[in-house]
Design a protein around this ligand. Structure first.
Ligand SMILES: [Zn+2]
Length: 299
């Protein structure tokens, strides 16, 4: 493990997003979710952590400059090494630490489409991002097309591929015994989500995915959202309600031939804005919903 930590320190400065943003002030908050399962919040997507006799595996890894802080937060929980990492999807705020962890010998696991999109790189117009192809160390070693199950730390942890929702490579990671699901960015708690229309995402896909997710949940299940606070079934229902409301309204406006400006002016999220407009501003979110129903208009 010492070797891994020294290796991490040496590669920290090479992350793809390291130059644009300053992460010095970010602290990593650690929350116990269930026996052997933790959630880490810093900047970027929420991280799931499995700890136990077998070691540590992570679900998502935020941004490259935060890797050492994330590893330090794990060390505060356990002295076991990080051995595996699952990516819930390919976005940089969930995979930014891949290169550091991969170079340190952590085995990265993800859906086939996560591998493809990381390896190819590409433009996300809706975020004004041009992502270069990921270096070899950042790419998953193990990929799967449907489900992958880890028999680890006394639990069965299954990554379930779902039909395109936030992207075309989304998984829900379900801890059977601990009764925890990491839902990735398909579910954001009381925050308007990003919808990666250019990578297969859509409002309809997200609503369909919420129905899949709800079947995995009982009243005691803890849900780690891609962004936002630790959640339960009730919060997932609130999110589904927000998405079906805005989706239904915008779909009608698009079908009536309204322009993006007209759809934004119609304020299709009026009763949700105060509670949900914390991360992504309303107009930016309405734009995503609009393009979800009118993808051909996206130039
Ligand atoms: Zn995302």
């Amino acid at each position: 493990m010492k070797g891994i930590l020294f290796a991490l320190a040496a590669v920290l400065s090479f992350g793809a997003h390291a130059q644009q943003r300053n992460f010095d002030a970010v602290t990593i908050k650690s929350t116990k979710v269930a026996e052997g399962v933790y959630m880490l919040e810093g900047e970027g997507g929420n991280i799931g952590v499995s700890v136990g006799d077998d070691g540590v595996f992570l679900i998502d890894d935020q941004f490259a400059p935060l890797t050492q802080k994330i590893v330090d937060a794990v060390k505060a929980i356990t002295d076991k090494p990080v051995r595996f990492l699952i990516n819930t999807h390919y976005h940089g705020d969930h995979t930014g630490g891949n290169e550091n962890l991969g170079k340190a010998g952590v085995v990265i696991i993800a859906h086939d489409n996560v591998y493809k999109r990381l390896a190819a790189g590409g433009v996300i117009k809706l975020l004004k991002q041009n992502n270069p192809p990921a270096p070899r160390a950042a790419l998953p070693i193990v990929t799967f097309n449907d489900t992958a199950t880890m028999h680890y730390n006394g639990d069965e942890v299954t990554a379930h591929k779902i039909p395109p929702a936030h992207t075309d490579g989304d998984v829900f990671v379900q801890f059977k015994k601990a009764n925890v699901v990491h839902a990735g960015d398909v579910f954001a708690a009381y925050r308007y989500p990003f919808i990666d229309v250019e990578s297969g995402g859509s409002v309809k896909g997200i609503i369909r995915a919420m129905d899949i997710l709800l079947k995995m949940l009982d009243d005691n299940t803890k849900v780690i959202p891609g962004h936002g606070p630790l959640s339960t079934r009730k919060d997932v229902l609130e999110y589904r309600k927000m998405m079906t409301t805005v989706g239904g309204r915008v779909e009608k406006l698009v079908a009536a031939g309204k322009t993006l400006e007209q759809v934004v002016a119609a304020k299709p999220l009026r009763e949700f804005d105060e509670e949900w407009g914390k991360l992504r501003k309303t107009d930016a979110f309405v734009e995503l919903v609009y393009y979800s129903y009118a993808p051909k208009k996206l130039k």
